[in-house]
Every structure is written in structure tokens, then in C-alpha cells.
Design a protein around this ligand. Sequence first.
Ligand code: NOJ
Length: 537
Amino acid sequence: MQNNSSSNWWKHGVVYHIYPQSFKDSNHDGIGDIPGIITQLDYIADLGVDAIWLSPIYPSPMVDAGYDIANHRGIDAQYGTMNDFQRLLNEAHRRGLRVIMDLVLNHTSDQHPWFIASKSSVNNPKRDWYIWQPPKKGKQPNNWITNFGKKAWRYDPNTKEYYFHSFFWEQPDLNWRNPEVKKAMFDIIHFWLEAGVDGFRLDIINLLFKDRQFKNNKIGFFVKKPEIYNRNQPEVYPLLKEFRTLLDSYPEKTSVGEIYTPPPGRTTLAVSFLGNGVDMLHLVFDFSLIFTIWNAAAYYKTINRYYRKLPEMGWPCFFLSNHDIGRSIKRLGRWTWHKYAKAKLHAVLLLTLKGTPFIYYGDEIGMENIKIPKKYIQDLYGKIFYPFFRGRDRARTPMQWNSGRYAGFSTQRPWLPVSKDYSTINVEAEQKDYASILNLYKRLLLLRKKHTALHKGNITFLTKGKNNLLIYTRTDEQEKIFILLNFSNRKKKAQIGAIGSAAVVLLSTHHRIKLSEEGVIMLQAFEGLVIKTTLLQ
Ligand code: NOJ
């Protein structure tokens, strides 16, 4: 590795989330692939991030875009070969970029040899690797439902039992109470660590264990205290401790857990997977910020709650968009000017908060959710729930590299339509435009690298979002950096006390270069400002 080789790189670095189908196609089939990602590593390194996380690239029938794995030790042919992946690792590492894989422990594809064996007979040695139950009075074993509200048990007429699936029926849940399952999965984790990957993103980690007795969930409008038995079981915590021990037996590995928390998010639950901060996961995604309305006080509350709930040695992480919930820019309103100004303010927030930022590919150029015409819908959710919900394809569209055909993503019609705005919203155009979102991201990432206070320092809030202004400082032994964010569409006066004559503007979304010395700053609508002062009091 070239740089950033401290074992805490995952605390101080920035992760770029790649959706492999949609990043770059190299073999002209309209689907992104690993050699395509390799061709863009210079772009990623130049952006200034420290790691990439790839959504699953294992062999899969793609019922759930690869989150249905049929072989944990390979690479799906649509993405390339194991050799391509090894080359990606080498080329990424050569540029100082770490590589994080997606790890789906909760379920496999129904095409996985484990499930095929499990399903073949009640006496098969792998029968108990999945969650099988006999019918109860001729019906489903209990009232558990999938994550999208349908019945979660599927009947197998051959062996006359039901199996449980938290997602699509083509994704049977594994039985983590069986020690052989754990052994098999830990062997797989070893396999990828030996191959050289730098960490894992753990899919819906709070779903792993289900109630031993298969008790009915108590939910519903009239239930005062809901009881849910198919997730959040305590057995997951000791398992994660073992997982951490395994990771720690290799140098400089990391992990980030996805905790499925329906809106408005449950920070307490999410951070519980950090254990004491050093004995379970390294990081967890807390979805609360995604469901927070655009208002400085509301943001303060959400962010501060996350900080407060963290275990003493725990470390936060933040993200604004992902492949499931869509792109943050969509939540920022309809007016173009407001939207881009807010997206820039969002970028300043994401990259100056204390915690590890995750950037979803394309957010750095202001890519949008798009409305996918029915005939192009790929996501099974969209196919099932159309027209009420068109699925998650909206934020999985091809990366917009240039204004050429198919936005430079592929020479062939891509697997999902390219957003119509690609002639202006694309990497090539934005590289040339100093005021673009892309150049703002690059400046912020550079700033973050340069100033240790921004990636290691403490954070102190100077306002709680009053007057729609969020002001905080990041401080270390060397410097104190002020971050001022105006969430309002009006000019706002911000008071930060005496800032000293040596105070300098490190960055402004509105390209200001000077400050007045009195410490009163007139912020433009949606302005984000980063100031460095030499006064350390
Ligand atoms: C969460 C993933 O992000 C999502 O895309 C997937 O459908 C489910 N987990 C099931 O693996």
C-alpha cells in the first residue's frame, strides 16, 4: 500500500461505494464489470477517497442483484473472473485504495449447493443449515413476514415443510444456530482475507438469528409494545465478537454493518453492534440521517444522538445515499438551484463531521434518482409492487462518465436506462467546471486529508441548529477548524466570536475567499463554509 497505512485507516479514510453493474462496462454487454472498475481506479484515487466497497460480485442468479449468492468463493461471470478480481485488488492497493467486499451472511440463493442439498430431503446433512419447519395445523408455521410485508414461509411440496426467507423466496435464510453454518461462513471469510480484501460490509446483520421457539410476532396497530422474534436476537452479539477476533487476526481489516432499521431509524439498535467499540463491528450504518428532514436543528438532533449513543471507544460513520434507499439529492426538493446548492452543503457536512464518510458512486457528480419506465424495471420489488413502487433501480443507473452515447458507461444499451441529464451531469464536464459538485467533493476530500483535525479531531457543536444554522468545530493539537452550514434559503448572520486575524477560509461552497475579522459572518443561502483559525482556546 502506498499511503495511509495506519491500522486505523477505516476511521480516518473515506469509502466509495460502487454498484458493480453500473460503474463501467468493459466488454460491451451493457453491464458494468471488474475490468471496467479497474479502468476507473485512477478517477477514484484522484477523487481522494481511501477505499472502495463493492456490492456483491459473487456468482448469483441475480434475483436480488447479487444479494442472492450461489457460490461464495467465486466471481460472477458477468463481472469477470477471479483473476480479474485479483488484478483489481492489486491495482487498487497500488494506488493506496483498500477494497471492501459485501458479505451476506443471513441468506443464500436458492440455487446455492447448500440449499439444493438442504431441500433434497429431510435427512440430508445440510437440512438443518436452513430454517425448516413443519406446517402448523396445515398452515404456515407462524406469522412472520418478509421485509416487504409478504408471508415469509415457503412450502416445499417434496419434503412437506416450510422454509423461512426474510427477503424473496429465492433467498432462503440460513440457520445460524447450526455450528456448521458458522464454520462454513468463517472459512469463506478466511478465504477472502487470504485473497487480500481489506474488510467487509455485513448485509442486514441484525437479522441473523431468529427466535428458537418461532414465537409469533406481536405487531399491529393496537399492539402497544410490539414483540418481534425474527430479528434482533441476542445471539448475534457473541458471534460478532468471534468475527472481530477473526478479522483482528489479520492486520488492518475493517467491517461495517448494515442494521435494518425501518424509518425513522433506531440509533440505539444500530450502535449496539459496535459492542464496546473495539470488540464487535468497526462501524455501523445508522439510517436516521436519511429520514431526517432538511432543517439544521433536526440534523443536529440526529447527528448528536448518534454521537451520544456510541460506546466510548466506538467510531461513527455517515452516508447520504445507497442502492436501496436512493440518492440524497432526491430528498432535497425539486428546484434545481436549491437542489444543487443543498447537495453541496450536504457534501460539506458529510466530509467534515467526525466519522467515516461513505460516498455512493455518482453522488459526487450530483446524479439523480430516475423514474424507470415499466418495461425497463429490473428490481423484483419494482416488478411486484408496480405501479405503487417502481423498485430500487432508480438509484442504480449507469455512472455518467461523459456526454457521449450511454454516458460513456458502455458502447451497448445498458442494463438500466441512463439518466436523461447525462449531457451536463457527467464526470468529464464537471472536471472542467470549477463550481461543479465534483470539484467541491475533490476539494473537500483534499482538505480532509490535509488537515488532521478534519479526520481525527474532536467535534464540538457551537449551535444546535437554531436559526437553521449548524456550526461546529473540529479540533486537534494543531488547529481548530470551524464549519458553518446555512440550511436556509436566506442569508444568515453567523456569530463565531473572535476568530483572529490569521483565520483563513479553507473552503466555501460559494467561493468566498475572505472573512471580516469581527467574527460576524454573513452566510449566503445554503452556504457551507470551512474556516481555519490559529486560536486554539
Ligand atoms: C440489504 C441490501 O442492501 C439489499 O440490496 C438487499 O436486497 C437485502 N439486504 C437482502 O440481501
